[in-house]
Design a protein around this ligand. Structure first.
Ligand code: HEC
Ligand code: HEC
Ligand code: HEC
Ligand code: HEC
Length: 209
């Protein structure tokens, strides 16, 4: 209904503009329009080039300003999926990140923890074979870090979790991600919530070392 009204209003407006613009002789407009179309089709080549340039520029700007649309995070040495483990299999975050409550560093799970299950589950999967190789050679899995906090910021999970703030408030829906997206935590992100929850925003004392 609203759409119909809008269409009607638009049509009326266009007719009015044509009538006023041609001082009551609408045929002048249609004749001019026909000539315009004829001129266009006579210059197809140059027009195609101009059109192409416009489209390319628009596409460039779009990709330049919205690069994150396809950003699925860096490839990891083993294509570990939080969607499979934390989502589909509903394994608790704290099973693999046990120190999140107690230490400044939540910790990434050592390969032993993976093998706790994968000695039995899909044990012959080539990616699980890789885990065995890391385990046998005593190599820590070279996980690529994805969260960045500027060097001089003090952050502590514990205080936040104690106040009932959940993982997803800061990390997003990790349990739906195959690869975790890179994330830079900027100060605005911290301050928005601190203001909302009326926490200390005297950051030069509280958050900066
Ligand atoms: C609590 C048990 C458990 C733990 C711990 C565990 N996994 Fe898994 N993993 C699973 C299950 C269940 C599947 C699904 C198997 C299937 O597809 O049949 C799976 C699947 C996988 C797959 C295959 C996924 C795919 O897309 O096909 C990989 C790779 C993997 N896990 C790596 C790891 C790594 C690396 C760790 C350690 C950081 C780990 N897993 C820890 C239970 C576990
Ligand atoms: C089966 C083990 C397992 C479970 C369960 C798990 N994680 Fe992870 N997590 C990992 C591994 C392995 C990595 C490193 C590889 C990667 O970044 O994908 C990781 C990386 C992360 C990172 C990025 C660390 C960084 O800065 O590089 C975050 C954030 C994270 N997990 C949060 C969570 C949350 C929130 C949950 C629960 C919804 C969860 N994890 C459940 C194993 C697990
Ligand atoms: C108040 C915001 C906030 C909450 C809530 C939060 N995190 Fe984090 N998390 C961060 C920030 C900021 C970093 C980056 C810290 C750094 O690089 O020193 C981080 C880093 C991590 C890392 C990577 C640590 C490493 O050693 O590289 C893991 C794993 C992680 N968080 C898991 C979790 C889990 C699991 C939960 C929920 C139980 C959780 N986080 C809740 C803000 C949060
Ligand atoms: C989703 C909300 C939320 C986000 C996001 C958040 N915080 Fe907090 N933060 C809190 C709450 C609530 C407290 C109060 C905890 C308490 O009272 O013990 C707190 C407390 C703190 C404290 C202790 C303050 C004091 O008075 O000593 C520091 C330091 C801190 N946050 C740093 C950070 C940093 C750095 C970030 C960004 C990486 C961040 N926070 C992001 C909610 C948040």
């Amino acid at each position: 209904m609203e759409l119909l009204l809008a269409a009607l209003a638009l049509t009326t407006l266009i007719v009015a503009v044509i009538l006023i613009g041609t001082r009551g002789r609408p045929m002048v407009f249609f004749k001019a329009f026909g000539e315009f179309v004829a001129a266009l089709s006579a210059n197809k080549g140059p027009l195609a080039i101009v059109g192409g340039c416009v489209v390319l520029t628009a596409a460039f700007l779009l990709f330049f300003y919205f690069p994150s649309a396809g950003n699925i995070g860096p490839a990891q040495p083993i294509p570990f999926s939080h969607r499979v483990h934390a989502g589909h299999k509903a394994i608790n975050c704290r099973f693999c990140h046990p120190y999140v409550e107690r230490s400044t560093f939540p910790g990434l799970p050592p390969v032993e923890k993976c093998l706790y299950c994968h000695t039995y589950i899909i044990a012959n999967h080539p990616e699980i074979q890789k885990e065995h190789r890391y385990f046998n050679t005593n190599t820590p899995t070279p996980w690529v870090k994805v969260n960045y906090l500027p060097e001089h910021v003090l952050f502590n999970h514990q205080r936040h979790l104690k106040k009932g703030i959940e993982c997803f408030n800061c990390h997003g829906k990790i349990e739906t991600m195959d690869r975790i997206q890179s994330n830079h935590f900027y100060m605005g992100f911290c301050l928005d919530c601190h203001r909302q929850k009326k926490v200390n925003v005297g950051c030069w004392l509280a958050c900066h070392s």
